[in-house]
Design a protein around this ligand. Structure first.
Ligand code: ZN
Length: 500
């Protein structure tokens, strides 16, 4: 969570993961054309021109940066951009302007928007062990862009839906439904991959670009192995914790590294360039990861169970027991275990408002505030009331509150499937739990970091894990991070990653 720049009145709840593209406009205009695919050289139906593609990319880029935040290490950012540009220069669409962005999230993912916008999370970076592996991830994403997978997917989906659209112009609900399914399709393809054929093609193109740039294309297989391991470990853990797994693309279950066709595409790339001796760059890469943020971002706030700690804004807040916290740059969201209730919190500049009550009316423009009540939260002044608004559960009377802490205004909204006194109490308890960090809580607001060091003789992951602030199966986590899962050990003298 960061301080909001704008002062929008009622930000839509649960906006995360909905990427909005101006697809419908294109749909309505009925732009249909044949275009030559840059990779295959074959003509194919394309409903989007290169200009459309760039516009889609530009719009989506703004959303993605806002949603995740960009990771702040300028040197690492420049490095990833440089490696990406080298690969792109050897790609089938070298004339495009590519941007490579590190997203500030522990999610393990990488994805591409049409037009050359490529994203890699710091969560996936922490799992890589050489420059060649980084190049493999970037090369795969460049492959999605050069083979125009997003464009082909839109075109196939739109083509299949032409009948529906023509009739649905007269039936607005239907039009909305088909728009919904398209947004859903595009959003899920971006974050979860494009299906097996396109993924394999992207792997192949990635391996080709690796070879052409002088890297060993075997890195593609290494990356797939390590991400497969991460996926199976993470899925089991997410199941235990009752949350969505943080995995890359999510296609590896159907995409084994021993896959014959995958082996073939890599071997083919090698043969093309006879580059089995290509560069790997292990040590220089690992040194760059030293100090990389790991897990929750200190800049966006640290979750510990149902408690939240923010160093920059100097506060902590406590959500009801067994609630799950979902944090993004624009908001912190608490979700009840059953998913029937949410409390959203945001920090914004207090501005000229003298009291929380005035802030609610003037800054947030809540004009129908009822049951207004002045509160104190650990000595901080606060105000709460009820307003009618659109929520994920429909139009509801929902509690709203503001707490002042120095120059910040903390805004809270609540929404429940069933309104109840218990939910009202849970809402107010959450609001009134907000307080500045105490001296002892300062350390709880500190984020974890990757520490790169030389392994000593006889060093084991079990011993390194005993000193790492990792809760769940720390030795397995360290093995995953070092490409030594499930049972490898450090070799004396090699660089290894640990967490501190
Ligand atoms: Zn992919």
């Amino acid at each position: 969570m960061a301080i909001l720049v704008d002062n929008t009145r009622m930000p839509a709840l649960l906006r995360r993961f909905v990427l909005i593209f101006p697809i419908l406009a294109l749909f309505a205009a009925g732009v249909m054309a044949c275009a030559v695919n840059p990779v295959s050289g074959e003509r194919e139906l394309a409903l989007l021109s290169e200009t459309d593609e760039l516009r889609l990319g530009q719009n989506g880029d703004v959303d993605i940066r806002n949603q995740y935040g960009v990771y702040g290490d300028a040197r690492l950012r420049a490095y990833v951009q440089q490696i990406g540009e080298q690969l792109a220069a050897h790609s089938h669409r070298s004339q495009l302007h590519y941007t490579f962005t590190i997203l500030d999230t522990p999610d393990v993912n990488a994805f591409a928007l049409p037009g050359g916008y490529i994203y890699i999370t710091r969560g996936i970076l922490a799992h890589l062990n050489s420059e060649a592996e980084l190049a493999a991830v970037l090369g795969h994403e460049i492959g999605h862009v050069t083979a125009r997978h997003a464009v082909r997917q839109y075109s196939a989906a739109l083509g299949a839906n032409v009948g529906i659209t023509l009739t649905s112009i007269l039936v607005p609900e239907l039009a909305n439904r088909s728009a919904q399914s398209l947004f859903g399709l595009i959003g899920s393809a971006l974050l979860s991959g494009y299906g097996r054929e396109h993924e394999l093609e992207a792997d192949h193109l990635g391996a080709v670009y690796l070879a052409r740039t002088g890297y060993n294309p075997q890195a593609m297989l290494d990356v797939i192995t390590l991400l497969k391991n991460q996926e199976s470990f993470e899925k089991e853990r997410a199941l235990q914790e009752g949350r969505e797994p943080r995995v890359y693309h999510g296609v590896f279950a159907t995409h084994p590294s021993a896959d014959q066709r995958l082996q073939q595409v890599v071997v083919q790339a090698e043969n093309d360039r006879s580059s089995t001796n290509g560069r790997v760059e292990r040590n220089s890469f690992l040194r760059r990861l030293d100090g990389l943020a790991y897990g929750d971002s200190e800049a966006q706030g640290i979750r510990r169970g149902n408690d939240f700690y923010h160093r920059g804004l100097n506060f902590t807040v406590h959500f009801p027991d067994h609630w799950r916290l979902d944090n993004s740059p624009e908001k912190l969201l608490g979700l009840s275990a059953s998913g029937d209730a949410v409390i959203q919190m945001q920090a914004a500049a207090r501005g000229k408002a003298r009291t929380p009550q005035e802030y609610l009316v003037v800054q947030m423009q809540v004009h129908d505030l009822r049951n207004g009540m002045a509160l104190t939260a650990n000595g901080l002044s606060a105000y709460s009331g009820v307003t009618r608004m659109q929520t994920p559960f429909g139009l509801r009377d929902t509690p709203v509150a503001v707490v002042f802490l120095k120059q910040q205004a903390f805004r809270f909204f609540g929404a429940a499937r069933e309104e109840s006194p218990a939910f009202q109490r849970a809402f107010l308890d959450t609001v009134q739990s907000l307080r500045p960090l105490t001296a002892t809580q300062q350390s709880l607001a500190r984020g974890m970091r990757v520490d790169v060091r030389t392994a000593k003789r006889g060093e084991s992951f079990a011993r390194l894990a005993s000193r790492a602030p990792l809760k769940h199966e720390p030795a397995a986590v360290l093995r995953l991070l070092n490409g030594k899962y499930p049972d490898g050990e450090p070799t004396a003298g090699e660089l290894i990653k640990t967490i501190h």
